[in-house]
Design a protein around this ligand. Structure first.
Ligand SMILES: C[S@@+](CC[C@H](N)C(=O)[O-])C[C@H]1O[C@@H](n2cnc3c(N)ncnc32)[C@H](O)[C@@H]1O
Length: 209
């Protein structure tokens, strides 16, 4: 999903994001290898909840904790969760990444998909500061989305998307991976992997040092 505007709501409270349905399997393949064997995964900005359902179903060894500050999103996550009936999928938390995060029992990883470019820079700063604070040693932070590399867009479509985002909100925009990496370093997060995924997106994995 590029924004909540792109979610097609059904007659019930479940929202559906075409982008989430397209990217969930490539992201899952990275999560399967990157996430720790046990523990709780906190998903920031879960949106419709379709990622949470897909990942919790496939990664039954982990507890999945979705979250979103939007009530509409949380209602959607709750509706998908009710239908799925997965024992390892928790009820969604009202969590704004820029606030103090609640304590999560047995936290092993933080996953954040398509937030950093659709939020002010302070959200990126908060994600890395809070993940660095909350994760135990060896815990993982996995971030997915479009990024610039070396100050350059990696595709013309990303440049257009960036212009559209900045027109909607001057504080939004596709981030430089190097600036994000500086946040990681400052918060004791060591980069493990960068995966190039379809549609000019990256999935980046950091490990708490
Ligand atoms: C583009 S959607 C991505 C949703 C989902 N991760 C996906 O990829 O389908 C962005 C989401 O970020 C959430 N969001 C916006 N500001 C946020 C913040 N400060 N903290 C946490 N989530 C936020 C929105 O409510 C929305 O659900």
């Amino acid at each position: 999903m590029n924004s909540m505007d792109d979610i097609d709501g059904g007659a019930d409270q479940r929202l559906s994001s075409p982008a989430a349905r397209r990217n969930r399997q490539p992201i899952l393949e990275i999560l399967e290898a990157a996430l720790p064997p046990t523990g709780t995964v906190l998903e920031i900005a879960s949106g419709s909840g379709e990622h949470a359902i897909h990942f919790a179903a496939a990664l039954s060894r982990l507890e999945w904790q979705p979250s979103d500050p939007s009530e509409l999103a949380r209602q959607s996550i709750a509706a998908w969760r009710k239908e799925a009936g997965l024992a390892n999928l928790r009820a969604p938390l009202a969590l704004d990444v820029t606030g103090r995060w609640p304590a999560i029992d047995n936290l092993a990883a933080v996953v954040c998909i398509n937030l950093l470019h659709i939020s002010p820079w302070s959200a990126s700063e908060a994600l890395f500061a809070e993940a660095g604070r909350a994760l135990p040693r060896g815990g993982k932070l996995v971030v997915y989305g479009p990024f610039k590399r070396g100050g350059q867009h990696t595709a013309a479509s990303n440049a257009q998307f960036d212009a559209d985002l900045r027109a909607r909100d001057p504080g939004w925009g596709i981030r430089d991976l190097e600036r994000i990496e500086a946040l990681a370093v400052a918060n004791d997060l060591d980069r493990e992997q960068i995966h190039a995924l379809p549609a000019n997106n990256l999935c980046v994995v950091w490990r708490r040092g």
